[in-house]
Design a protein around this ligand. Structure first.
Ligand code: ARG
Length: 482
């Protein structure tokens, strides 16, 4: 007795993809619950790219005929055109991007379409797609991180000699160059970019060929597919190949850390914009007014970025928890990797784009100059640095140079600050005679040491805030980011 399977020219629903075994259809609720097409369709390019590389190899290995590969290519070209034109019909019934594209392919080219899935499973297919998709997103993010660094470097270059109080514990500590302060963030975003490129190496590994979990009986050439897809390696264990999502977790961890840097910067921008500080302004297009208080300009963009940091860190928690209880190999749990990953990418990219413009401004094509970045109020910064005895350490260092042990110098200066505080004046306002009462070695040159400029210039160690050091760092960044 011959069992003839019903011959379908197309898959209309996923029940038909695994067919005969099932005796009842899925309820609409379960369909919605299990389907991913409405979010994973954004990986369609990666899906087609992966399928074409697989089909090319199948044909080179004579697993499918060259004509079948040609038909698959033709079909995929048409599908690409349809998706780009917005005429492709995504079907919930077909669960995910993979089944949707495969079904349409089969509808367009018949049996050749049905041969595409030879030696492949959706398990290794989806792992490959996510990696291909994430790889190109990482490249975009790396570019955006460079843009943001350039903006910060531009602002730094213009403000090397602008002095503001540096803080520890948010208490005035020592004066620093505003350029130096901006370059601190450049270092953070530089590390973020390095981390992204490091993660990329582990993203850029091919799981395809792992099939469902154990490998496949067909003589696949996995290295060939990796080469076609520009991947740096091939996964070495099929069970790990289909189930590994470390790369997504690593990426989200790198993204979280990057958002934390954005959030720290946001916090400073918000403080600096407050009336009590008045250090900077950001352009109006990044602020909003209040519906009740007419005088308000609120720093919504930095506040939101600070808030969205929580969301991205949340995705990291979601992804890492997603994996913790999973036995080998693929489990449907893994479908839950996509939304957090997608949202992490979207949030990070938007944030980086906005910050690059908010800090550095927008290129005016007419003048060739960037306009509308942050405005620095150097006078307010200077006035703040003159409050709070920011150069007290300089007086201590001055005394050390005159032969006093540092701990004694520290104590002497504490007395001087106490006196100045009582009198309500700055250390530089104390007459020389009064300073000399604390230590007879103090001479008139103390006032230069106590000046903001003197204080900065004295910190001329590598990585210090002396303008000469800041300029040296700027030159390095300029060369690196050119
Ligand atoms: N949509 C699925 C996912 O995102 C594709 C893989 C499905 N594999 C399976 N055996 N059900 O993970």
């Amino acid at each position: 007795m011959s069992t003839s399977a019903p011959s379908h020219n197309q898959l209309d629903s996923k029940a038909e993809a695994w067919s005969a075994l099932f005796s009842e259809p899925m309820s609409d609720l379960v369909k919605r619950y299990t389907s991913s097409v409405f979010f994973d369709k954004r990986m369609w390019q990666a899906d087609i790219q992966g399928s074409l590389a697989h089909a090319e190899m199948l044909s080179a290995q004579k697993i499918i005929a060259a004509e079948d590969f040609a038909s698959i290519q033709k079909g995929m070209a048409q599908i690409t055109a349809e998706i780009e034109a917005g005429t492709f019909e995504w079907k919930l019934d077909l669960e995910d991007v993979h089944l949707n594209i495969e079904a349409r392919l089969t509808q367009l080219v018949g049996d050749a379409g049905k041969r595409l899935h030879t030696g492949r499973s959706r398990n290794d297919q989806v792992a490959t797609d996510v990696r291909l998709w994430l790889r190109s997103e990482i490249d975009l993010i790396e570019g955006l991180l460079k843009e943001l660094q350039r903006s910060l470097v531009d602002v730094a270059a213009k403000n090397v000699d602008v002095i503001l109080p540096g803080f520890t514990h948010l208490q005035v500590a020592q004066p620093v160059s505003f350029g130096h302060h901006m370059l601190a963030y450049v270092e953070m975003f530089k590390r973020d970019a390095e981390r992204m490129l490091d993660v990329r190496k582990r993203v850029n590994v091919l799981p395809l060929g792992s099939a469902a979990l154990a490998g496949t009986t067909y003589p696949l050439d996995r290295e060939r597919v990796a080469k076609t897809l520009g991947m740096e390696g091939v996964s070495q264990n099929s069970l790990d190949g289909v189930s590994d999502r470390d790369f997504a977790i690593e990426f989200t961890a790198a993204a979280s850390l990057c958002m934390v840097h954005v959030s720290r910067l946001s916090e400073e921008l918000i403080i600096w914009m407050s009336q009590n500080f008045g250090f900077i302004k950001i352009a109006d297009r990044f602020t909003t007014g209040s519906s009740i208080m007419p005088q308000k300009k609120n720093p919504d963009v930095p506040e939101l970025a600070r808030g969205k940091t929580g969301r991205v860190v949340g995705h990291l928690m979601g992804l890492i928890t997603l994996m913790k209880g999973q036995p080998l190999a693929y489990n449907k749990d893994n479908q839950e990797d996509k939304e957090p990953l997608f949202d992490t990418v979207d949030t990070l990219k938007d944030t980086l784009r906005i910050f690059a413009e908010m800090i550095g401004g927008q290129l005016n094509p007419a003048s060739g100059i960037k306009e509308g970045g942050i405005t620095v109020n150097a006078e307010n910064m200077r006035a703040a640095a003159l409050k709070g005895y920011a150069t007290a350490t300089d007086l201590a260092d001055y005394l050390v140079k005159k032969g006093l042990p540092f701990r004694d110098a520290h104590e002497t200066v504490a007395h001087a600050v106490k006196l100045a505080t009582m009198k309500g004046v700055d250390l530089t306002d104390l007459p020389l005679a009064e300073l000399q009462a604390f230590n007879p070695n103090i001479e008139a040159d103390v006032f230069e040491a106590l000046s903001l400029e003197g204080s900065l210039n004295a910190r001329n160690t590598l990585g210090g805030t002396a303008p000469a050091q800041v300029r040296a760092q700027l030159a390095k960044h300029h060369a690196r980011l050119a």
